[in-house]
Every structure is written in C-alpha cells, then in structure tokens.
Design a protein around this ligand. Structure first.
Ligand code: SAH
Length: 219
C-alpha cells in the first residue's frame, strides 16, 4: 500500500480523534474541521514521524523548521475565513505544505512563499501526490510578500517576525485580513490585522510559539 492510500485503521481513528479534539478546544468552523479531516497530515512529515502525525503537536520537518500544531493551523484558518469566503490567499512560510493544503480546499487560489528551497521542493511533490492544483509556490524571502498576484483577500504568516512587514499590509485588499505571529521566540502574539479604508485595525488572537521569520533565501 502506498503512503498516500492509508496508514491503517488505527491512524484513521487517531485522525478522527484529532478532529474531535480540535472541536472540543473551540474550533467551531465546520468547513475548517472538514478540510482538516480531508487532509492526511502524515503525508507532510517524514515517514519516521508518520505515526505521530495525528497528535496535536508541532513536529520537525528538517532544516530546523516545524510543521505547525493542528490546533494552531485550525485557529489561524478559522480566523482568516471569519469574514466570509475568500478568493486569493497568500501564505508566508510554506514549510511542509500542510497549511497551504488545508487552505487549498477552502479558497480558490493559494499562493505560498518559502525561503528554504529543499522544503519547497518537498511541498510541491506533496501537492502533486494529493492533486492539489490551486497552489502556486515561490522560492523567495516572504517578508516582501508576493506583489505579482496581489492584492490578496487574506495573508497568513506561519513564521514570526518581530514587527509586521509593511509589504504584507500593503498587499491586502480593503477588508483583507493578515493573520501573523509577532514577537521574539518564546513570547509571540498571534495577531489579526484588517485593512480598512482608514488604515489598519488590529486584534490579538492568542499567545503562540512559532519559528522566526528570517530574511534572505537558502538553497
Ligand atoms: N506553514 C508551514 C509551517 C512551517 S514553519 C507548515 O504548515 O508546515 C515556518 C516556515 O517559514 C519555515 O519553513 C521557514 O523556512 C519559513 N520562513 C521563515 N522565514 C521566512 C521568510 N522570510 N520567507 C519565507 N518563508 C520563511
């Protein structure tokens, strides 16, 4: 059996249990829960870690990076979609590709930028395996956003800068939402910035722990 086809009955049960747990922890968007149920997280981690893929924890993906914790993925996705359906979403920090895969089931077009080429290649292969065809990837430093396809209805950053990168706010539509962890490692705040006609509104979501947003590219 290929990895894609299944990980056995036990893991199917642990996957279901994870979704139930997310719901209990306050994720109320049924469309987000369904997208997470439909996305095999074990495809996004190394085979050696596949048995832990349905735990609600971040896991290493190489290069000193991690696949985000399912609860945080759900929370960020829910916060992004709260204002209604979105057409174009940009992600900064493709990593394993898991967050982008979830988004691809919920919005029309997903754009994602990653600064580590090795991770980007693996993510691309996973999207092909899963036949996710509405994700466009770019190898670059995402602190500049991706102006070519902007403005976006929503932007999600899955690595934490110390301050909000201005290009990300500038690449939002009016009414567009930026979900981003801000701050030094160990003390970050997950924030929601909404672009308005007058400027930008901000709201605190919760305390989080992400890898830092770094500048430059790495092959
Ligand atoms: N969304 C990912 C999370 C990966 S961890 C997932 O679901 O697996 C965060 C990722 O952000 C890492 O892969 C890291 O290399 C990337 N990153 C950090 N700084 C970045 C930057 N300036 N531009 C693009 N990607 C960045």
């Amino acid at each position: 059996m290929s990895r894609h086809q299944g990980i056995g009955m036990t893991s199917q049960r642990t996957h279901d249990r994870l979704i139930t747990r997310l719901e209990r922890e306050g994720i109320s968007s049924q469309e987000v829960l369904e997208a997470m149920r439909a996305t095999p997280r074990h495809i996004f981690v190394d085979e050696a870690l596949a048995s832990r893929a349905y735990e609600d924890s971040a896991l290493p993906i190489g290069y000193g990076q991690t696949i985000s914790q399912p609860y945080i993925v759900a929370r960020m996705t829910e916060a992004l979609l709260m204002s209604g359906p979105l057409t174009k979403v940009l992600e900064i920090g493709t990593g394993s590709g898991y967050q982008a895969a979830i988004l691809s089931l919920l919005v029309k077009e997903v754009y994602s930028v990653e600064r580590i080429e090795g991770l980007l290649k693996q993510a691309r292969a996973r999207f092909e395996t899963l036949k996710l065809r509405n994700i466009r990837l770019k190898f670059d430093d995402g602190t500049e956003g991706w102006s070519q396809y902007g403005p976006y209805d929503g932007i999600i950053a899955t690595a934490a800068p110390v301050e909000v990168p201005m290009p990300l706010l500038e690449q939002l539509n009016i009414g567009g939402r930026l979900i981003i962890p801000i701050g030094k490692q160990g003390m970050q705040r997950l924030m929601l910035y909404t672009r308005t006609h007058e400027g930008v509104e901000e709201a605190f979501i919760e305390q989080v722990s992400f890898v830092p947003m770094l500048s430059g590219q790495k092959t």
